[in-house]
Design a protein around this ligand. Structure first.
Ligand code: 1PZ
Length: 210
């Protein structure tokens, strides 16, 4: 099918962006392991939004929730050049978990990235898994423990409106074979990024149980 000249599919662009992030983190290994730039990170995270379009209207709320948090972080990138500066500032003002804090938004965006990773893993684990099953199980594991009852209820209602596997592939302009390659690339590249973010919190004595 047709794609924009010079650009890959939505998922391949996501995978590219996260491979670049994970390379940046790796090359940073022997320097202070704190230097991922907020702007670069947000640019990669905003590519994830294209997935939402393929999920249908039921996930409009999730999309708004995710993209607004990425946008708020991106808007702050002129003030806080790196992820670690965001967290250091909230530590200083004791606002790490406060309602509108950027450190809290970063934690939620990280959970979104992990949700997608888990979903892709489930999706590839067996052809018999419907998108709804793959997504429900990923949500239950990664996000549900931190969501209110009302949100969990809305999400499980929304799950019923997810497209089928085949419809998702059509919406994404992928085949079984191509989507497997791209999802595997994202799974592999996102993991070190997620771990890197977690480490920014734990290194400052912030637990990850929220
Ligand atoms: C094919 C992919 C199917 C994936 C389906 C995943 C559905 C996840 C639905 C998540 C709904 C989130 C609703 C809002 C939750 C908010 O209460 C929390 C807490 O916010 P806070 O109190 O800190 O302000 N927000 C979040 O946890 C943000 C999480 C966003 C998760 C976005 C999912 C991104 C991935 C979707 C795949 C495209």
């Amino acid at each position: 099918e047709f794609e924009d000249a010079g650009e890959g599919s939505a998922i391949s662009m996501m995978a590219d962006a996260f491979e670049e992030l994970s390379d940046l983190i790796k090359n940073n290994g022997n320097k202070k392991n704190d230097e991922l730039r907020l702007k670069v990170f947000c640019d990669a995270c905003s590519l994830v939004s294209v997935l939402f379009g393929s999920l249908g209207l039921a996930f409009k709320f999730a999309e708004m929730e995710y993209t607004s948090k990425v946008r708020d972080l991106a808007d702050a990138a002129e003030i806080y050049s790196t992820l670690s500066r965001v967290i250091d500032c909230d530590v200083k003002t004791d606002t790490v978990k406060s309602a509108e804090s950027l450190t809290r938004k970063l934690r939620r965006v990280r959970q979104g990235l992990d949700l997608i990773r888990e979903l892709f893993q489930n999706f590839l684990s067996t052809d018999d898994y419907s998108l709804k099953e793959a997504a429900s199980s990923a949500y239950k594991q990664v996000c549900a423990p931190y969501h209110t009852w009302a949100v969990r209820t809305a999400v499980s209602a929304g799950m019923c409106a997810l497209p089928t596997r085949d419809q998702l592939l059509l919406n994404l302009n992928e085949t079984d074979e191509s989507v497997e390659i791209e999802m595997r690339r994202y799974i592999k590249a996102s993991l070190p990024v997620i771990k890197y973010i977690d480490n920014l919190y734990t290194a400052r004595g912030i637990t990850l149980d929220w």
